[in-house]
Design a protein around this ligand. Structure first.
Ligand SMILES: Nc1ncnc2c1ncn2[C@@H]1O[C@H](COP(=O)(O)OP(=O)(O)OP(=O)(O)O)[C@@H](O)[C@H]1O
Length: 307
């Protein structure tokens, strides 16, 4: 008898090579049921490779993956039924209208008329009602993306993976999608999100994994990840075109327009008071100052910067 797995996804030592390129170098992590999980990484990190292996579209060179306890290779059909994947690329059949395409897709999962009300609900929620009977090829890119989202959810999967769903989409679709996803999540759906918009991950995801060059660099709750890097930024505008004292120059993280400097201060090594003391000692006027805590973007850059 199959005991139910407590985890929505188990990724165990997954490797994938394309010739001599190791796209995934033995990736392991689990995603609990009901999580809103972020999988982040720079271009080429291996996110899409991992998602296509989870979805059964590509084979791992070694390792295994289970969706709610079902192995994605030996128990492919059961694993696939439990999964909805919103792909990055717009792939669709141009010969059907929107509603027919969704009904046909439902059929692939063995679902029939019982999901038609759900299809209608999704058309409503994704602002596609007016396009219900329109042919796929007549839709704009944004509308096609909405249909792809509905297509991934048509069989009511308990685990949903969104591969950069908001890349290049307008603000309205982004808002519609997040409202819809939040609602599904509140009803128990596990959501896995990859995104380049780090503020989006920070807002939506309770845990975040950072993948880089085929390896997991960090995996923590979002607040832990943000707290683990004890630095803050100090923005300074010096009066009279004053130059920063030599000792503070290594702390400059960036130079912003209008002569503002951003210093990166390690909390334990560079108390803000010591920076002000150094500026005073150099006889410099401070015209403007403000501090900010690191956000996910800063931490992401720190973890993925070339060594
Ligand atoms: N079919 C393939 N054949 C050869 N190399 C591939 C193939 N697919 C991906 N790669 C390589 O594997 C690595 C990981 O690519 P992948 O698309 O998974 O990264 P990603 O994290 O999804 O990046 P992006 O954010 O740009 O989509 C890259 O170096 C990529 O060039």
């Amino acid at each position: 008898m199959n005991t139910p797995s407590p985890d929505a996804l188990v990724i165990d030592q997954v490797r994938k090579s394309y010739g001599s390129l190791q796209a995934l170098k033995g990736v392991s992590f689990s995603i609990r049921r009901g999580e809103f999980f972020g999988l982040l990484g720079p271009n080429g990190a291996g996110k899409s490779t991992l998602i296509s292996i989870i979805a059964g579209l590509s084979r791992a060179s070694s390792g295994r993956i289970a969706v709610l306890g079902h192995d994605t290779v030996s128990d492919f059909r059961q694993a696939r039924r439990r999964l909805g994947v919103v792909p990055q690329e717009l792939v669709f059949d141009p010969f059907f209208n929107v509603v027919d395409m969704l009904r046909i897709q439902a059929g692939y999962y063995g679902c029939g008329e019982e999901v038609w009300p759900w299809i209608d609900e999704m058309l409503e929620r994704l602002d596609l009602k007016a396009k219900r009977d329109v042919s796929m090829r007549a839709l704009s890119g944004g509308m096609k993306r909405r249909v792809l989202i509905a297509q991934a959810l048509v069989h009511k999967p308990p685990v949903v993976i969104l591969d950069e769903p908001t890349a290049g989409v307008d603000v309205e679709l982004r808002r519609t999608l997040w409202t819809f996803m939040r609602d599904l999540h509140s009803k128990g759906t596990t959501v896995v999100l990859t995104t380049h918009y780090l503020e989006e991950a920070q807002e939506m995801c309770s845990r975040i994994a950072i993948l880089d060059k085929g390896e997991i660099k960090a995996l923590e709750t979002t607040p832990q990840l943000l707290a683990r890097h004890p630095f803050r930024f100090l923005r300074l505008k010096l009066g009279n075109g004053g130059a920063l004292p030599e000792a503070l120059r290594p702390l400059v993280a960036s130079e912003l327009p209008g002569g503002t400097l951003e210093l990166k201060l390690e909390t334990s090594k560079h108390p803000i008071g010591s920076v002000f003391a150094a500026l005073r000692a150099a006889g410099l006027d401070i015209e403007d100052v403000h501090t900010r805590d690191p956000d996910l973007e800063d931490i992401f850059l720190e973890l993925t910067k070339a060594c």
